[in-house]
Structures are given as structure tokens and as C-alpha cells.
Design a protein around this ligand. Structure first.
Ligand code: FES
Length: 116
């Protein structure tokens, strides 16, 4: 069963197009960085369990989440203070109703990669 799960994870990994966005040591735990890949603006977060990437554009009025406040696995938008779950992208508080898109991440060869 474990081998089958590992094979499925490898297949999913290979199905993505991976893009290096920063060095693995460029971001401290609890930090967020604005990065870009494939023409998309992304917010790259480093939490206790690793890196997470979301769209950097708030779904309320397009402020940058990478300028927001990170706490307990959430990011608070700097403009009207709506919050999002960093791991799932789910909107957690008004005025945000729609979640943000999330992206796969991995660390390889000393770089952080975002999968699309
Ligand atoms: S622009 Fe993000 S909460 Fe309004």
C-alpha cells in the first residue's frame, strides 16, 4: 500500500510544471515573500510544516497578501483585514468570501519550487 501511495505521489509530482521561486534559506519560519511564476503573482509562506504558496491577490479588492500579517497558519490582508487559511486558501473572515488558489511546493537542490 505504501509503495502504491508513493507511486501515486510521484505521478502527481510529475504532472505538475515546477518553477524555482527562491532559495530554501531565503525565508524564515513565519515569513512571507512575493514571488512570480508563469506570469502569476504568488505569496510564498514558510510555516512550521514547510512552504506553502497561494495567489498573492486578495479576492476582495486585489491587495497583496504578501504584505499581510501571518499568524497561526493564516494570513490577514493588509487592506481590509480579511483572513485566509494559508494551507487551504479558504477565506476565513469578512469581507473575504472567496478563497485564494493554492499551489504545490517542494524543496529541491536548495531551491523552493512551485508546482502548477
Ligand atoms: S483587499 Fe483584502 S480584505 Fe479587502
Amino acid at each position: 500500500m505504501q509503495a502504491r501511495i508513493a507511486a501515486m505521489e510521484t505521478e502527481a509530482d510529475q504532472a505538475l510544471s515546477w518553477h524555482p521561486v527562491c532559495g530554501a534559506d531565503d525565508l524564515e519560519t513565519g515569513g512571507v515573500l512575493h514571488v512570480e511564476a508563469e506570469g502569476l503573482e504568488l505569496a510564498l509562506f514558510r510555516l512550521d510544516d514547510g512552504y506553502h504558496a497561494t495567489s498573492d491577490i486578495c479576492t476582495h479588492m486585489r491587495s497583496r497578501l504578501s504584505d499581510g500579517y501571518v499568524k497561526d497558519g493564516t494570513v490577514q490582508c493588509p487592506l481590509h483585514f480579511g483572513r485566509f487559511d494559508i494551507r487551504t486558501g479558504q477565506a476565513l473572515s469578512a469581507p473575504c468570501k472567496k478563497g485564494v488558489r493554492t499551489f504545490a511546493t517542494k524543496v529541491d537542490a536548495g531551491r523552493v519550487w512551485v508546482g502548477m
